[in-house]
Design a protein around this ligand. Structure first.
Ligand SMILES: [Zn+2]
Length: 427
């Protein structure tokens, strides 16, 4: 009887030991990249096992790598980052297809194994980038265009300027064009635009577009606020607020304005991948009441209560005057945008937009195709205004530029149109 009990205890202990020391789960390999990915860096491939790893080996095949096996043994760890650097396989600087095979063995008594492989493109060379032609000179607040060629299909390309990204459009295989701006709030000596391209592996190349820029001064203006105006603004835009009219005005002029700018920049991300416009832009009829990039200081009595920059051109004709489309395009937006009141935004293609604000009435709908000179609206005094006028803006990739340049036939021809390809043009 004693013998049988002893045997039973022995069997139970054996089963427990078996359970504890014999694991049947094989090691797990995590690549950190997907099959057929392009990479430009070394990899840390993670190998993990519940019980512990004994041996991890890998081979690299492709280019100068012959598939020679390299092993790490007696690991005694549950997780191991295997450093793999495909750079050693590079023969010349051309992109290379590399196959990585990893074999892992755990320390279980029945030695579970995992074999896995992955094929990647290793490319550490930045794409070739060459400017073809483009605007030679810009000025602060103004616009330009650059045409360039990329040596491989980019995952991202355009013109960078600080945080700003001006979009580019492919007009022929490997050839791109980008409208870009020297924003009014960037000093001439800080204007350093770069044409850039990033390839699938993440390699980035940047080059200069080859243009020069010049400083340009814009007007400064002091706007005296009176109670009558402040009451009108409050009644029109925030009638239910119990706060003093001056506080309401400051909030609208600062916070609401910024929200409106963001909304416009977002709307302007939509654009046709072709040139819809032709020749100079039409200036609507009326007197210029405020200019592009005017610095405005708002005073209430002797106190400065707000400072802003005017991003468009104010044109005042007779009240409720007809408003024309400045050029051919597609109506992108019709609706209310806070301080702008009723707005029409026309897309002219390739990231170029015109905006018409403070409208009393709009005669077009989103999606309408318009021609230069078509009546699209009637002027009014919706939004934050001192009287009936048109607020007109031009934007490139959402960045406001000086509309005056675009009204000038000679400027448009010499600085923009003469560089553009004829393909993709709508006749
Ligand atoms: Zn305005």
């Amino acid at each position: 009887m004693k013998k049988i009990t002893f045997l039973a205890v022995l069997i139970v202990c054996g089963l427990v030991a078996f359970y504890l020391y014999i694991d049947t789960t094989p090691p797990v390999i995590s690549w950190g990249v997907a099959e057929d990915d392009s990479i430009n860096h070394a990899l840390k491939v993670n190998v993990a096992d519940d019980i512990g790893l004994k041996e991890v080996c890998y081979t690299l095949t492709g280019g100068a790598c012959t598939g020679e096996e390299r092993c790490s043994r007696e690991l005694q760890t549950q997780s191991f980052d295997l450093p793999i650097d495909p750079d050693q396989c590079v023969v010349n600087s051309e992109p290379l297809e590399v196959k990585i095979t990893v074999k892992a063995v755990d320390s279980s008594l029945i030695t579970n194994k995992t074999d896995a492989s992955i094929t990647l493109t290793y490319d550490n060379k930045a794409p070739n980038l060459m400017t073809l032609q483009g605007s030679l000179s810009l000025k602060r607040g103004g616009a330009g265009v650059v045409l360039y060629e990329v040596g491989e299909v980019p995952s991202e390309t355009g013109v960078l300027l600080g945080d700003l990204h001006f979009r580019a459009f492919e007009f022929e295989p490997n050839k791109y064009l980008s409208f870009y701006a020297h924003p009014y709030n960037v000093k001439a000596d800080e204007f350093k635009p770069r044409v850039f391209a990033v390839d699938a592996a993440g390699n980035l190349r940047k080059i200069r577009p080859g243009s020069r820029t010049a400083s340009h001064t814009y007007r400064k203006e002091v706007i005296e606020l009176n109670d009558d105006f402040l009451e009108t603004v409050k009644d029109k835009m925030m009638a239910t607020s119990t706060r003093p009219p001056l506080d309401v005005f400051v909030e609208i002029n600062n916070k609401v304005r910024q929200e409106n700018y963001q909304k416009i920049a977002q709307i302007c991300q939509n654009t046709e991948q072709k040139k819809l416009w032709e020749g100079a832009f039409l200036r609507n009829q009326g007197a210029t009441k405020a200019g592009f990039a005017d610095s405005r200081t708002y005073k209430y009595g002797s106190e400065v209560v707000s400072k802003q920059v005017h991003l468009g051109l104010d044109i005042a004709g007779i009240n409720n005057t007809q408003i024309f489309a400045a050029n051919h395009g597609k109506v992108l937006f019709v609706g209310d945008i806070g301080i702008y009141g009723n707005v029409v935004i026309i897309d002219h293609g390739y990231g170029l937009h015109s905006l018409y604000g403070h409208l009393h009435q709009t005669n077009v709908q989103e999606g309408d195709i318009v021609r230069k000179g078509d009546v699209i609206a009637v002027s009014g005094e919706t939004g934050l205004v001192f009287g009936d006028h048109l607020h007109y803006e031009m934007r490139i990739s959402g960045v406001a530029v000086n509309p005056i340049e675009w009204f000038d036939n000679v400027w448009v021809l010499n600085n923009i149109e003469s560089y553009l390809p004829s393909v993709g043009e709508e006749k």
